[in-house]
Write a protein that binds this ligand. Structure first.
Ligand code: ACO
Length: 431
């Protein structure tokens, strides 16, 4: 980051001395006011619940321009990454900063394929879960458990160890996610297959059974790969910030990522595509397109507590660029599967149209986010609704590692320790 010539001056209306604060510039995006010495200089904290105005770190991985609706991975627009790279090349880009050469790409694909099979003991660990456990509860547990399988190999101060941890989990998370699904169905686990792509492997491990041959459908394979690319990283979102905060204590990197999986589960974050599909199914059950007006009225009524899931984003105040790419994939998948007239897809399209033209959403700059269409695609592929967030976690694993490693390599990194504005009881004594 570059120190700006300009400085910010903080003045107080009650005569306290003013304070000069340095300003830093990034390569693009808003400048930041450096408040690190503010407490020392004034005895005051800043107050910013939800970090609406706070840059928690410097980062060179992902850039979002929320007003333009632009998303860059290491400088490359998401549209180009989605159309010209496969997911593993995108992973390489996020982790290492540059796209791989053909040779590096081959090596990375091979390395990931070689690590996809999980320790056989993992299947016994799974047995401890109820069959009806939510897959995200299972996945949080499994990722946390992996730290126990390799703790000695993961000294966080060693960059090679960190690279190994990233390779290991990027390779194994599809296997773990598919195992969580197979367990819930009571079906045998399917081992990874070196002859298949990363996305192809995930489909096979999810849907193959020993009873019949399984052919990976290339359209669905490409759709899966695109879902992974679009969810691979997204700057300092809640789960990524969780991984950074958790990892800032120097904990095992796989344990830090398990914390990210737990955070992602929530309906305001990764759970939104599950919530979005549940919402569409409810509207469908209650009358479909004919009942849209009633539903939108409920969304606009603050007392109803109903939100239009798949709409709105903390950063994008324009169309989420990932939503456009997902819509493209959605058309392709529904076409391939002969589901163009799928009533839920028609309902989603009608809902999008109504919302985009409604004053309430226009005024608040609420546009569809990636989750609006990703649920429909996954449902068409046959992924059960409660696995959607697991697919998101699978894809985001690379982003979590890229961000965690960046933090641990930053000489300015410190254990995360926010402060507070205390509003509780002052000191008092027990009578
Ligand atoms: N439906 C209806 N109203 C909404 C919605 C929505 N989906 N999102 C925001 N609003 C309204 C709020 O009620 C508020 O209105 P007000 O100004 O009259 O009080 C205004 O828009 C601003 O909303 P905030 O909650 O302050 O916006 P914030 O940036 O904090 O929230 C969030 C972002 C959590 C994503 C929100 O838009 C939401 O809940 N969306 C639905 C869930 C969802 O799709 N999440 C996925 C996020 S993307 C991802 O994780 C990949």
């Amino acid at each position: 980051m570059k120190l700006s010539d300009a400085k910010a001056t903080l003045t107080f209306s009650d005569g306290r001395p003013s304070v000069e604060l340095p300003i830093y510039q990034g390569s693009i995006g808003p400048e930041v006011i450096d408040i690190r010495k503010l407490y020392g200089q004034t005895g005051m904290f800043t107050y910013d619940p939800g970090f609406l105005s706070t840059a928690s770190c410097q980062s060179a991985i992902t850039y979002i321009d929320g007003d333009k609706g632009e998303l860059l991975y290491r400088g490359y627009p998401i549209e180009q990454v989605a159309r010209k790279c496969d997911f593993l090349d995108a992973c390489y880009l996020l982790l290492k900063g540059e796209l791989p050469t053909a040779e590096q790409s081959r090596e990375f694909h091979k390395d990931i394929a070689n690590h996809m099979m999980v320790h056989e003991q993992v299947r016994y660990f799974l047995r401890g879960f109820r069959r009806d456990a939510h897959p995200m509860a299972v996945l949080t547990g499994l990722v946390g458990a992996l730290s126990a399988f390799s703790h000695d190999m993961h000294d966080v101060s060693n960059s090679e160890h960190r690279e190994h941890a990233a390779t290991l989990l990027i390779a194994q998370i599809p296997t773990l996610a598919a195992m969580a699904y197979k367990y819930s169905r009571g079906q045998p686990y399917v081992y990874p297959d070196h002859s298949l792509s990363y996305a192809g492997n995930f489909l096979k491990m999810m849907f193959a059974t020993p009873c019949a041959p399984y052919e990976v459908n290339p359209v669905l394979e490409r759709a899966m790969d695109r879902i992974f690319i679009l969810h691979a990283d997204h700057e300092q979102n809640a789960s990524t910030s969780t991984v950074r905060l958790c990892g800032s204590s120097g904990t095992n990197p796989l344990a830090a990522v398990a914390a990210g999986v737990a955070c992602l589960w929530g309906p305001a974050h990764g759970g939104a595509n599950e919530a979005c599909l549940n919402m569409l199914e409810t509207i469908q059950r209650e009358g479909g397109v004919a009942k849209l007006g009633e539903f939108i009225a409920k969304v606009k009524d603050k007392n109803s507590g109903v939100r239009l899931m798949g709409f709105g984003h903390r950063v994008y105040k324009n169309y989420d660029p990932r939503a456009k790419l997902m819509q493209e994939t959605c058309n392709e998948v529904l076409g391939e599967l002969g589901l163009e007239n799928d009533p839920l897809f028609a309902l989603a399209k009608a809902l999008e149209k109504v919302a985009l033209e409604d004053e309430y959403f226009v005024e608040r700059k609420l546009y569809p986010n990636v989750d609006f269409y990703s649920g429909i695609v996954q449902r068409a592929i046959g992924i059960p609704v409660n696995m959607f967030t697991g697919v998101f976690a699978l894809a985001r694993t690379v982003g979590w590692f890229a961000q965690l490693n960046e933090m641990l390599e930053d000489p300015e990194y410190k254990i995360g320790r926010p402060r507070q504005l205390f509003t509780g009881s002052q000191r008092r004594d027990i009578a």
